[in-house]
Design a protein around this ligand. Structure first.
Ligand code: DOR
Ligand code: ZN
Length: 339
């Protein structure tokens, strides 16, 4: 077992960097946590629905933290027509991100996936990726709640893939055994991201700890085991998207904490700890650097980070933001980073 691990800077293909003062804290912490290239989510307030807004956001992020390489996404909604998708592609935007109405932070746009068919067809032609937050909205009458909302969404994933077989689709933050088995039957144009926290947590965690609460929620031990098995297997269609999603401490307090888990500042040592515990440390470089790049068609990740097998303490808070497992120890330490 190696005691040192040297990797390219991580490709974290799903992050929430926030805006304004919060982004000024979060973007530098994302770099120090070991990421080099990030796919930035568009669920700001207001949501990023125009190419101009996405480019202005990227410029703001570059001014805050110029060392990160920002890959951008735009909200997929029924108003996005073919010419807007072409303009997005021409501007270098990589991903159209779809959120079901109201399921998570700032997901206030409305519009079913089938109402976004024109944009999906254009994305298929332009080589853009459609990225899905795959949850059906809560519906007590249909028996849909947080624990089965992902499973209830899966027929929509299958239908989208069947309608647009050449469209690259990413099923973001897969959390369930049902999702893994559905993906196994789909073609190579469909991939999925997996977060570190869904490899670690179950529903027991978020029921008692708001800093372990996110959407989609962590599910049963059997679901977690399915995620662990697929990352250990080396399946090329699964790669890192941390879904690091910080909220101010006040938003995480109270009866209805905001959904989102903050892992960006500890990402590399957290992943090393998890993969080491699972006995698949050898899979970490492919999971966190090469597979995502291959699916996105990106050049190899740049830079170098070095991890040592020696304990590091997760801070209790960082500038008032509370990371996952605050105050606990990880088995790995992120060493001095090279550019
Ligand atoms: O838990 C989550 N938090 N899930 C999401 O999909 C969005 C994110 C956020 O932006 O806070
Ligand atoms: Zn997210």
């Amino acid at each position: 077992m190696p005691d040192t691990l040297t990797l390219p800077r991580l490709d974290d293909l799903h992050v929430h960097l926030r805006q304004d003062a919060l982004a000024a804290q979060v973007a530098p912490l994302t770099w120090t946590g070991g990421a080099g290239r990030v796919l930035v989510m568009p669920n700001l307030r207001p949501a990023l629905t125009t190419v101009e807004a996405v480019l202005a956001y990227r410029a703001a992020l570059q001014a805050i933290e110029p060392r990160l390489d920002y890959l951008m996404s735009i909200c997929l909604h029924p108003g996005l027509d073919r010419s807007a998708v072409r303009a997005a592609a021409a501007a270098g935007i990589r991903v159209l991100k779809w959120y079901p109405h109201g399921v998570t932070t700032n997901s206030s746009l409305t519009g079913s996936l089938s109402e976004c068919a024109e944009a999906c067809a254009a994305a298929q032609d332009e080589g853009l990726i459609v990225s899905l937050h795959g949850e059906a909205p809560d519906d007590p009458a249909q028996g849909i709640d947080r624990m089965n909302a992902e499973q209830a969404f899966l027929p929509q994933l299958v239908a989208l893939h069947q309608r647009f077989p050449r469209l690259r689709i990413i099923f973001e933050h897969a959390t369930s055994a049902a999702a893994i088995s559905t993906l196994a039957d789909l073609g190579p144009t469909v991939a999925a991201t997996i977060t570190p926290h869904h490899l670690l947590l179950t529903a027991d965690d978020w029921q008692t700890d708001p800093h372990s609460y996110c959407k989609p929620v962590a599910k049963t031990a059997a679901d977690r085991a399915a995620l662990q098995a697929v990352v250990a297997s080396g399946d090329p269609r699964y790669f890192l998207g941390s879904d690091s999603a910080p909220h101010p401490a006040a938003a995480k307090a109270g009866n209805q904490p905001a959904a989102g888990i903050f892992t960006a500042p500890i990402l590399a040592p957290l992943l090393a700890d998890i993969f080491d515990t699972l006995g698949c440390l050898d899979q970490l470089p492919a999971f966190a650097t090469t597979r995502g790049a291959a699916f996105y068609d990106l050049p190899p990740a740049q830079g170098r980070i070095s991890l040592q097998r020696r304990p590091s303490r997760i801070p209790a808070q960082i500038n008032g933001l509370i990371p996952l497992r605050a105050g606990h120890d990880l088995k790995w330490t992120l060493g001095a980073c090279k550019e």
